[in-house]
Write a protein that binds this ligand. Structure first.
Ligand SMILES: Cc1cc2nc3c(=O)[nH]c(=O)nc-3n(C[C@H](O)[C@H](O)[C@H](O)COP(=O)(O)O)c2cc1C
Length: 406
C-alpha cells in the first residue's frame, strides 16, 4: 500500500452504530503512513468520542461548522486532501450529499471536495433497500467523484441479518489505496478532448448541427482530471457547468473554430480523444444577414463536404502521442471501423450505436465498443456516461499507457 504513504486523508464519520470501526480505519491509515484529518457529524458524537479519533490521528477532530478561526476550514481541507473517506456513511448523510445539502462541517467538506470521496454505507437492511437511498447512491456514483464500497450482507446491529453491514476496516483501507493509485494513473500526461455537435452557420441566425450534447466528452475530461492528468483541455460546443475548475474549457461553435482550438494545443498533448460530433457537411458560404424565406433561402443553400479534423490531427501526430476517435453509426460494424482506422494514423476508435433510443447522443447513457488497430473489439454495456468514461480510461490506461511503459 505504497500509495497511501504521505497522503492527506480526510476520515469522515457519521451517526451509525458502526462508528466505532472508524477508530480502526484511522489507525490502519496512520500505520500505512497517511496524514489523517478526522471529521465527524454532530450526530456521530454519541457513538464515538472525537477525542479518540484526535488521539489516533494526531489531528483535532472537527465536528462543528463554526468552531474554526481564521481559515475557511471546510474549503481548505476539501481542496488539499488527496482522498476523503466517509465510513460509516448513514442513509441521512448519503442523501444529503446527493442533494447538495451542506448543513454541517462533514457534508460541506464532502460537497466542496475536489478529491475522490470513498463512501462506505452502513445501515439497517430496510433503510438500504429504500428507493430514495438507492436513487441517491446512483446519483452520487454518476458524478464520477464518489466511489462506493459495500455494504455487505451480515449481522446488523438491530439483530437482523441482511444487506447493510459496513465493509471491514482493512478492506476499506485497501480500497483507499486502489483509489489513490487511480488518481495518479494519468499523472504527467496532458489530455485534449473535443465534445459536442458543431454548429455550421448558413446565415446570421440559421445553422445545421446534430444532437450531440457534449456529455460524453465532458465525462471523459472529468475522469481524466480525477485520474491526476497534469492538464486537461476540453474543446466543446456546449459549456459544461459540472466540471471541476482544473478542466480548461474552450467553448467553440463551428468546426472551423474547433479545428483551430485543437490545432493550437494538439502538438503539446499526450492523449487526444475526439468525442465531438463534427458536421460532415458545411455551407459553402455563410451569409451575414438572415436569408429571406421568399425566393432566397432554397436557391442559396449550397453545401460541401467538411474537412475531417480527426484525419488532420492524425497527419500531425508524433511518435508517443495517443489519438483516439469516436464513431457514431447505426449499429457497430467492426470492419467499417477498421477501415477508418487504417485510413489514418489513429490508435483506436470508440464506436457507439446511435440506433438505440435509450442512449447515445443527448442522453446521459451510452454503450460503446472500443476497436483498436489490430482489430480487437471490446464492448461496454449500457451505463451512465460517467461510468462509460471511467471504463474507457481504464481500457486505454491498461492497453496503451501501461503496455508502453512495460
Ligand atoms: C443506536 C442508533 C444506531 C443508528 N445506526 C444507524 C446506521 O447504522 N445507519 C444509518 O443510516 N442510520 C443510523 N441511525 C440513525 C442516524 O443516527 C440518524 O439518521 C442521524 O440523523 C444520522 O445523522 P448523520 O448522518 O448526520 O450522522 C442510528 C440511530 C441510532 C439511535
Amino acid at each position: 500500500m505504497l500509495s497511501i504513504r504521505g497522503k492527506k486523508v480526510v476520515l469522515a464519520v457519521t451517526g451509525s452504530i458502526a462508528a466505532y470501526k472508524a477508530a480502526q480505519i484511522c489507525s490502519l491509515l496512520k500505520k500505512k503512513g497517511a496524514h489523517v484529518y478526522p471529521v465527524m457529524s454532530p450526530n456521530a458524537v454519541p457513538f464515538l468520542g472525537p477525542l479518540t479519533l484526535s488521539a489516533l490521528a494526531g489531528h483535532k477532530t472537527i465536528v462543528h461548522q463554526y468552531e474554526q478561526g481564521e481559515k475557511i476550514h471546510h474549503i481548505s481541507l476539501a481542496h488539499s486532501a488527496d482522498v476523503m473517506v466517509i465510513a460509516p456513511a448513514t442513509a441521512n448523510t448519503i442523501s444529503k450529499i446527493a442533494c447538495g445539502i451542506c448543513d454541517n462541517f462533514l457534508t460541506t467538506t464532502a460537497i466542496s471536495a475536489s478529491c475522490p470521496v470513498l463512501v462506505a454505507p452502513a445501515m439497517n437492511r430496510s433503510m438500504y433497500a429504500q428507493q430514495a437511498v438507492q436513487d441517491n447512491i446512483q446519483k452520487m456514483k454518476s458524478t464520477g467523484k464518489y466511489y462506493f464500497i459495500g455494504p455487505q450482507i451480515g449481522n446488523l446491529a438491530c439483530g437482523q441479518q441482511g444487506m447493510g453491514k459496513m465493509t471491514e476496516p482493512l478492506d476499506i483501507v485497501k480500497e483507499v489505496s486502489l483509489l489513490l493509485d487511480k488518481t495518479s494513473q494519468l499523472a504527467g500526461k496532458k489530455v485534449l478532448i473535443s465534445a459536442g455537435g458543431t454548429r455550421e452557420f448558413i446565415d446570421s441566425v440559421r445553422y445545421i448541427s446534430n444532437l450531440s450534447s457534449g456529455k460524453m466528452g465532458a465525462a471523459l475530461a472529468q475522469a481524466a482530471s480525477n485520474r491526476g492528468a497534469d492538464q486537461v483541455v476540453l474543446v466543446t460546443t456546449e459549456s459544461q457547468t459540472s466540471l471541476d475548475p482544473m478542466v480548461e474549457q474552450i467553448v467553440v461553435q463551428s468546426s472551423r473554430q474547433m479545428k483551430q482550438a485543437l490545432l493550437k494545443v494538439f502538438s503539446d498533448m499526450d492523449i487526444t480523444i475526439m468525442a465531438a460530433a463534427v458536421s460532415d457537411i458545411v455551407p459553402r458560404k455563410r451569409f451575414d444577414y438572415k436569408l429571406k424565406k421568399k425566393n432566397d433561402i432554397l436557391s442559396k443553400l449550397d453545401f460541401e463536404m467538411n474537412e475531417n479534423i480527426l484525419k488532420l490531427l492524425a497527419q500531425q501526430k508524433k511518435e508517443g502521442q495517443l489519438l483516439i476517435g469516436f464513431a457514431a453509426e447505426h449499429g457497430v460494424d467492426t470492419e467499417q471501423v477498421l477501415e477508418k482506422l487504417h485510413e489514418a494514423n489513429i490508435d483506436a476508435i470508440v464506436a457507439n450505436d446511435i440506433s438505440r433510443k435509450d442512449m447515445g447522443m443527448g442522453s446521459d447513457y451510452n454503450a460503446v465498443s472500443i476497436i483498436s488497430r489490430k482489430g480487437k473489439r471490446t464492448d461496454f454495456q449500457r451505463a451512465q456516461k460517467t461510468v462509460i468514461a471511467a471504463q474507457i480510461w481504464d481500457f486505454f490506461i491498461e492497453n496503451f499507457l501501461q503496455k508502453r511503459k512495460a
